[in-house]
Design a protein around this ligand. Structure first.
Ligand SMILES: [Fe+2]
Ligand SMILES: [Fe+2]
Length: 247
């Protein structure tokens, strides 16, 4: 009979064997900066080995038909910020659309690309949510930088700390802020910024499952699984599932 430790060692051995047989190339965007993107990426020695075209053995394997929650569990970092923001919105009596928006507003940061994260998150969920939800997520990126005293929203102190006193948002952010101000859904995006918590309460533990019903009603889960339907953003979900495929 094998012990748990032996089984774990065997699994680890199998994984390192599998890795030895594979060539894993990183996308330019992963290394750009550390590596000059004008130069070719150095190739690892590939004699007799295959290039990875499927699951990366270093990652937890996702179910065949992954759901939004599977991405939270297997591909997004700790989601306390998202869960607590959704909970706060819920407690303030917000409608389900706003709670849904809060839950996914930073999935760009949690599992995809940081820069312009609000735009990425909005695009990822766009085919599966009400237009107002993705709109609010897209515009939280810009609205985070501008106060609105009418709802008690101030410029985040954290931003002064992170970016300095003299940081001014770029013109496209200013433009999107101005556009948002005159939009019928302005307040949805604004309330997203109000519920966008920076101070985490370590005592508040929100489980993903507490939001099952809201997600069920507000996120149109494709029956093929996220990434395998024919939506305009399915490929983005596939890339999160399989981030290191050669092609
Ligand atoms: Fe954000
Ligand atoms: Fe956030």
């Amino acid at each position: 009979m094998t012990t748990t430790l032996e089984r774990a060692e065997a699994a680890e051995h199998a994984m390192s064997q599998e890795l030895d047989q594979l060539v894993i190339m990183k996308s330019v965007i992963y290394v750009s900066g550390e590596h000059d993107p004008r130069l070719p990426l150095p190739r690892p020695p590939d004699q007799g080995k295959r290039y990875l075209m499927g699951h990366d053995p270093r990652l937890p394997r996702m179910p065949e038909k992954p759901t939004l929650f599977d991405f939270f569990k297997y591909r997004f970092g700790p989601a306390n910020h998202l869960l607590q923001s959704a909970r706060l919105a819920q407690k303030s009596g917000a409608g389900e659309k706003l709670v849904m928006a809060c839950l996914v507003h930073d999935i760009g940061i949690a599992g995809f690309i940081r820069g312009d994260h609000g735009y990425w998150a909005a695009q990822l969920v766009e085919p599966y949510v009400d237009e107002e939800v993705s709109w609010a997520i897209r515009y939280h990126q810009a609205l985070r930088f501008y106060a609105d005293e009418s709802v008690g929203y101030r410029y985040p102190e954290l931003y002064t700390k992170l970016f300095g006193d003299d940081y001014t948002p770029e013109p496209y952010i200013e433009r999107d802020y101005q556009d948002a101000l005159n939009h019928k859904w302005y307040m949805t995006a604004r309330l997203l910024t109000v519920n966008d918590l920076y101070a985490f309460d370590p005592n508040v533990k929100v489980e993903l499952e507490e939001l099952t019903d809201i997600v069920g009603r507000n996120f149109k889960q494709p029956k093929e699984g996220l990434g395998f339907d024919a939506s305009p953003t399915a490929h983005m979900w596939r890339t999160i599932n399989f981030p290191t495929r050669y092609l």
